[in-house]
Design a protein around this ligand. Sequence first.
Ligand code: SF4
Length: 301
Amino acid sequence: MHSKKDNKKKLLWLQGVTCNGNTHSFLNLPYLPLLLSKIELLYFPTMEALYTFEEISECKLSCDILVFEGAFDPELKRNDILIQTMLEHYSKNAEYVIAVGSCASFGGIFKASAPQRNSGLLFNESERTGPMLEVDQKIINLSGCPIHPEWLGYTLNMIINHQKILLDEMHRPRELYSNLAHHGCTRNEYFEWKVDAKGFGLKEGCLFYEQGCRGPMTHASCNKILWNEVSSKTRSGTPCFGCTEPDFPKQNFFNTKTNMSIPEDVPLGVPKRNYLTMAGIAKTFHIKRLEGKLIDYKTTP
Ligand code: SF4
């Protein structure tokens, strides 16, 4: 006889070449115990689960949701078995394969250090040449370095509730990745009037022109779904690094590439000429409130 437990989705978490960042991030999900009560955890690297790694590496079980963290490396072995063999076995019957983090999605940091060997599951940066092409319809990419725990929480809840997850062309859930990191940034007013931040950690100024912020070019909901429910990189005064995009990591995180003072990349979808015209006009205005310390600005004489 089937118990209620038998109807729960079986989740298995495998790791490629990784720093464990996404594992740690997931452990910070505020409603993790509730989510775990709705699934059957076959294996997880740092939490108690039904099976040990030795048992799952025998490849005799099957799962409904395969989560893969880290870059794919065809030579990587764990417990003397190729990770590739385990990936092929567990992805065969799985309904979904979730690539968590930029390494599993596009290669990320580890591809940058071993470009000939490492890649994402489906994509190698933005090229569709990863090792899991045969099961491409099952793959959901949750890019980010690391991912926001809520992004995985959202995806798992959608699967558990049999909801359709719409994906973009890079297989990322549209609900989470159609926003730019720029959306919801508290510095948007500074961006509009071209008032630049002079350093990190300040409340005032936009980090785009002088500090290398990739917010206007990066699909991510970091400023919509806040980290630890209160903050984000740009809210704390650090530029967005563009970690959810296939070309992450770019060189020189804190530098905006310019050509004769013109930024090489301008906000997504905005023609460069239009951006430059708007920026030129905005710069001619001097808005006192935006030029000093917010805390010093007085509205009464
Ligand atoms: S700091 Fe970055 S995300 Fe925020 S407004 Fe400026 S460019 Fe946009």
